[in-house]
Design a protein. Structure first.
Length: 317
């Protein structure tokens, strides 16, 4: 750190002696930096973008330093902001631990658990499981964030997530993993489609038709492209969407067929307008979701309780 930045940090610290800093503003500041934009942080925190902007502006005023530079593409940390981000992130973790420790002394299981999960876990399994978990542990707050599987793993490793659920086949060595659910892939087609009468189409059969793709760059999208390339057949994508419900609506309209996890197909392609068949491929039939958490000798009670709840109520195909 440059001498000028050191002086600025010292000035900030001296100023905070007489300034009260709201922990929630620090939490929002951390979320903005982690998400890379105020809009995404607002969606994550279920708060308006304007409210976050005001909170950060107040924080900058209290600290007497500019923490972020804003642009149409997102936000970037200033040198002072980078230092505040590091300290704020540690403070947030310490506050959560403090709350959990105090409640543990009183025999309570409480606190906030940051749960990152992919879309199929959220759509197909978590609503019912989190309802029963909250009934058992009403003092635990679940901060649920939807991410693609690779970002779920990254959040667990980086410490942004206490628990993650992904479809990743291989997890980093630093993570513990437990089976969560079997979620095989299905081929979803309109009722009048040529594949509707084929009870178990192969991936090669599917590649003869245009696809409605999901989440470009996501785990499933990458796997389908890699397996198509290995077969020497192109993946014909007619349109790409970002949600399972949009994917199924496009299929219903005749824009293509889709390869969809069973969980999502059950939620969004259950009407008579669709035909669903298993995708005849070992890798599609064996697709599973797994729970992840950083390896620790001891975990907060709320985190341990959620892991046990998710893994002990795992869904077998």
């Amino acid at each position: 750190m440059s001498h000028g930045a050191q002086c600025l940090v010292v000035a900030i610290l001296l100023r905070t002696i007489s300034v009260r800093i709201d922990p929630y503003s620090l939490e929002l500041f951390v979320a903005v930096v982690e998400e890379g934009s105020i809009a995404r942080a607002a969606a994550r925190g279920h708060i308006s973008s304007s409210a976050i902007s005001r909170r950060i502006a107040d924080l900058e005023t209290s600290l007497g330093a500019l923490l972020l530079t804003r642009s149409p593409s997102g936000v970037e940390l200033t040198e002072a902001g980078a230092h505040v981000f590091s300290r704020a992130r540690a403070l947030n973790d310490q506050l959560q631990s403090l709350v959990g420790e105090v409640h543990s002394l009183a025999g309570q299981v409480s606190g906030t658990v940051r749960l990152y999960a992919n879309a199929s876990a959220i759509v197909g399994f978590l609503p019912e499981l989190l309802t029963t978990f909250k009934a058992a542990y009403p003092l635990v707050e679940i901060a649920l964030i939807e991410q693609i599987s690779s970002d779920v793993l990254r959040a667990c490793v980086d410490g942004r997530a206490d628990v993650g659920i992904s479809s990743a086949v291989v997890a980093p060595d630093s993570l513990d993993s437990w089976h969560f659910a079997d979620d095989p892939l299905l081929v979803v087609v309109p009722r009048q489609h040529e594949l509707a009468s084929m009870t178990a189409p192969t991936f090669s059969d599917v590649l003869d038709f245009s696809l409605v793709a999901l989440q470009a760059g996501g785990t499933l999208d990458q796997e389908l492209r890699e397996r198509a390339a290995a077969m020497g057949k192109p993946l014909q994508v007619s349109v790409t969407v970002n949600s399972f419900d949009a994917q199924c609506r496009m299929i219903e309209a005749g824009l293509g067929i889709g390869i969809v996890p069973t969980s999502a197909a059950s939620a969004f392609a259950g009407s008579g307008n669709f035909i669903r068949h298993p995708l005849d491929a070992p890798w599609a039939a064996s697709r599973t979701l797994r729970v992840h958490a950083v390896k620790r000798s001891a975990r907060r009670k709320a985190v341990a309780a959620l892991i046990f709840h998710l893994s002990s109520h795992s869904h077998q195909g």
